[in-house]
Write a protein that binds this ligand. Sequence first.
Ligand code: PLP
Length: 467
Amino acid sequence: MLNKLRYDTTDLRKKDREHIIHPWEDLGIAATRQTLVVAEAKGAYIYDSDGHRMLDGIGGMWCVNIGYGRQDMAEAIADQAARLCYFSPFTVISNPPSIELAHRLTRHTPGDLKHVFFTTGGSTAVDSALRFVQFFFNFTGHPEKKHIISREYAFHGSTYLTASVSGKPGDRGNLDFVTDTVHLLPAPNTYRMPEGMTEQEFCDLKVADLENKILELGPDRVACFIAEPLLASGGVIVPPQGYQRRTLEVCRKHGVLYISDEVVTGFGRLGHIFASEPMFGLVPDIITTAKGLTSGYVPLGAFIVSDRLYQRVTGANAKGKLFANGYTYSGHPVACAAGLKNLEIIEREDICGHVRAIGPYFVERLKSLLDLPLVGDVRGSHMMVCVECVQDRRTKRVPPEEWEIAWRIARNTMRRGLMVRPLGHQLVLSPPLIITRAQIDEAVEHLRGGIEDTMGELIREELWSPK
Ligand code: PLP
């Protein structure tokens, strides 16, 4: 049924060109682009509007953890929409799904992180967390603590402030950013660490980067450090062993708050609802979450803050102090009902256990691509992996932009039946977490084929020769 879809792709593409401005769109090709219209999906597969089936290697975009087309999820959403579609979440008004979801989430949070602020997605979760930090220090008599430390190649969102604390070089250039209070450290990328250095030495160096920056700015002026446990959209950068815990220790030592951005790493992608503590020994002050929180079925985000911080800004001495931040759709009942059902499914089906069991296989199978001369590095953990292409494996030289190497490979793998995410010269894989061993094999076979097709093209066009 699904592969005999009836959509008018030509008409849809025309209307798309005429009326939609896409996120991260190259506006130079807006008038001519041929959009991929993804029309339906089931399990781990998506179908375009012509009925072409592809294994979804990217989980929508780090999102659809429980897989597509779940009837139980659709029913939970429909049921809540019929019961109470929406009501204001402001001040003293609440709704059952948001209360219940906040309660259940805090069963999974590390330490004393138990106060949940709901938002509409990842950017608003991070933006709200950063504003909470500002509020916290203004309130507690440290208004000079304004500086935020982040890292190059981090991605934390697309509001003015969250884009400013993001560090992907390709996203800079055409927009404005907060620069006076935001500081980006070099990324802890072991693939590109100085030659001859051990991982341990590199870790020391990266931890020192943070401490030196705090000392340079003055600890009494630094509010927080924000970090994804693994830098997802920056190319699944896996910091050296021990880095996350040691950076937390540096923050603690200097009175700097730590925000762990788990928008991608949460909800099973690394085999835990929140990966910070079980995987990295990290009990941060704030965790941010979105995406897998509802498996992408409806938009929702949240930040979760420690009781230790919360207690200092609430109670009798806080009377009249508004945390004047929030959204019409904070704690949206339908979104929270989806969040509840999502958590129930993940727990009932032990999706985290499945990821812990099958994740190493996924990484290991993808590492088998390292025999291809165009592949320089395959890195990641469990269900988030990046394949980095290089022109020359010895020098690790990045292929010229004009080759559009990742797009070429993505086009070839899509033709073969696998969706991957091109990111500069890298390909990211983050499939639905319900993926099976057989589907992992299928994904790796298509990706190998796609890369081999691309190598053939480059050789024929006399752009490249294997080294
Ligand atoms: N934080 C991280 C780590 C992300 O990867 C993203 C999006 O990819 C965001 C925040 C922003 O989330 P959203 O696109 O839902 O606003």
